[in-house]
Design a protein around this ligand. Sequence first.
Ligand code: NDP
Ligand code: 8X3
Length: 255
Amino acid sequence: MNRLNHKTVLITGATSGIGEATARLFAEQNCTLILTGRREVRLKQLANTLSGQFNTSVQTVTFDIRNREECKKCVDAIEQPIDILINNAGLASGLDPIDSADFSDWDAMIDTNIKGLLSITRFVSERMKKVNKGHIINIGSIAGHEAYPGGSVYCATKHAVNAITQAAKMDLSGTNIRVSSVSPGLVDTEFSTVRFNGDKEKADKVYDRLKPLTAEDIAEILLFVANRPEHVNILDTIVLPVAQSSATIVHRSDQ
Ligand code: NDP
Ligand code: 8X3
């Protein structure tokens, strides 16, 4: 049953990976989409493809989620109620130990994964509260439930997403607004290429000799979470590839 027909869905970080796959799947359900990211050409191409293919309205807003004013402008420009916010924009930058990691990597992760997500959520939740409906879905991570070496700050940001999800659900207690998160393990997207600053060889090693999740696998979970009846609030789902058993236990095919 499609409960998402004509719902307005704001997806951050739709230029690649999980966000892009989610935009495609929600367009298939006849959702009206607002897609954001920094890479304008990709956003426009995706919007053209989806609006042509699925006869649905797709708007794009190009901005850096670290810029709070831009977050506000984006939300203020949306006239209709925002039914679903998918807080997906995020990144890992580096995998360096605590004693030598780069401060600019730490700033990028904290400013994007925590503060950017918070800014958008602040503006959207205020709107949702006025109409007493809506659904906020955060992309967390297995790294929000466990830590791993070299992941001090990335894991901290995803632990923060976990805390934000739980506290926002409490803050919105008594309203009809739902708050959820989806927490994936290894998903083969541009994530590792970004983490290793464009080093494709290092990035490919992350997924070497195992079958990782795909962006589409996570988009399907997001669709399931969003498409539950209005009284059903999934708070979190941890989704791993079968070859992964924790943040650090990964079975590769010759082991
Ligand atoms: P991608 O690198 O493919 O996608 C990341 C998206 O986030 C892009 O659309 C990018 O857009 C956007 N983004 C990053 N920084 C900013 C910024 N400053 N302003 C606006 N948009 C930004 O990776 P994934 O699809 O894998 O990542 C999506 C989410 O999933 C992230 O939150 C990530 O932490 C999480 N995740 C990923 C996992 C994985 O293994 N891949 C596992 C668990 C969670 P642009 O560059 O155009 O701005
Ligand atoms: C991304 C998955 O395991 O690299 O959140 O942290 S992991």
